[in-house]
Ligand binder design. Structure first.
Ligand SMILES: Cc1ncc(COP(=O)(O)O)c(C=O)c1O
Length: 348
């Protein structure tokens, strides 16, 4: 039995979509990450009960941190972007978290910079607050260790005598925001001896893997990509990167619901699209993709437009060998565990 609802919400489902395609489906990702991070900070004396934890978030981290604070008797203050909707704002208020929303700003880079500046202002006024730094502090990796262990155990169970051990040859696909979920899952699986190919999914325009020069008028797949460098992205862990535009991700999301009855968000749709492609490329591997949130917040922007979804068989990425060849709506590039591009290196 769980001692707090956060434990139940944080535990993902592993759902088989076909013989080699699995969906690691979270109700709200980052709850496991925030819970473990807060636990570690309490254990090491960095924070104490009653303290205020502070961070900026575009959505699901705000909820995750509010739950972790509720669980451990801490206060929570969030500086949120305009993507935080009314439902979440209301939940945060009732959970006891304080929330301030930035003024609408069409420039994503400016919006991110303004949020960081506001956090610094708050810290200057309240030096006792602890800034969680979800984009930079590796403490956010810890919570994914049990998820990786369970994944490996579940895959290991499927081993048929004489066949290649499927639990040890995995292609892991997921959207990259802070980089903690994909980075941590790959790290812990690899540390346990699994052969993992890591595939990151990005929106065009994101600086993280060097696509900041490519304009996407409908950019912003909530939670993935960035206009500023993040220390938690470990570039050298990734083998392949996909960039998807809004329409391609929409098709991936609608098809995930239509074919497999999984109602998940836009980054999940983008990961689904990339995962199906990777699955076809390597018959030896089991492909697992991350579905980070449910489809509710995308009901109007994505699912109501289901008639626009294109069957995934009709879509294919443009294979590129450098970021100068990137073009909408979908590209794929071998990253080959290269380091961060200069513009994506986070300052200490
Ligand atoms: C909907 C959604 N998908 C994917 C991600 C990416 O997760 P991570 O920050 O672990 O890279 C996020 C992060 O905010 C998100 O909100």
């Amino acid at each position: 039995m769980d001692e707090h609802i956060a434990e139940a919400i944080g535990r993902p489902d592993l759902v088989r979509l076909d013989d080699r395609l699995l969906c690691l489906r979270f109700e709200t990702m980052k709850v496991v990450s925030a819970l473990a991070a807060v636990r570690r900070l309490l254990e090491t004396g960095v924070i104490r009960r009653g303290d205020t934890l502070l961070d900026s978030s575009s959505g699901i981290y705000a909820y995750a941190l509010a739950l972790a604070c509720h669980r451990h008797g801490l206060r929570c203050h969030i500086v949120g972007s305009t993507t935080v909707d009314r439902t979440l704002r209301t939940q945060l208020a009732v959970l006891g978290a304080t929330f301030e929303q930035m003024e609408p700003c069409s420039d994503l880079k400016l919006d991110q910079k303004r949020r960081v500046a506001r956090v610094r202002e708050i810290l200057a006024e309240h030096p006792g607050h602890h800034w969680m730094r979800q984009y930079h502090d590796a403490v956010h990796y810890l919570g994914y260790e049990p998820v990786a262990a369970r994944l490996r155990q579940e895959l290991g169970r499927e081993r048929t005598p004489g066949a290649h051990p499927p639990g040890e040859r995995i292609t892991l696909v997921g959207g990259v925001g802070s980089g903690a979920s994909t980075g941590a899952l790959a790290h812990y699986l690899r540390a346990a001896g699994a052969d993992v190919r890591l595939v990151g999914v990005q929106p065009f325009g994101s600086v993280t893997f060097g696509s900041e020069h490519v304009e996407d008028p409908e950019i912003i797949i909530a939670g993935i990509g960035s206009s500023i460098p993040f220390g938690n992205v470990r570039h050298a862990a990734y083998d392949v990167v996909h960039w998807t535009a809004f329409d391609a991700a929409l098709s991936g999301s609608v098809e995930l619901l239509r074919r497999h009855a999984v109602f998940a968000g836009l980054s999940s749709g983008a990961a689904h699209l990339a995962a199906r492609w990777e699955r076809a490329l390597d018959p030896e591997r089991t492909v697992v993709f991350v579905a980070a949130d449910t489809g509710h917040r995308y009901a109007d922007s994505v699912f109501a437009r289901h008639a626009e979804a294109v069957p995934l068989e009709q879509l294919a990425p443009r294979e590129v060998t450098g970021q100068d060849q990137l073009a909408l709506p979908w590209c794929r590039m071998s990253w080959d565990r290269a380091p961060a591009p200069a513009q994506a290196v986070a300052a200490e």
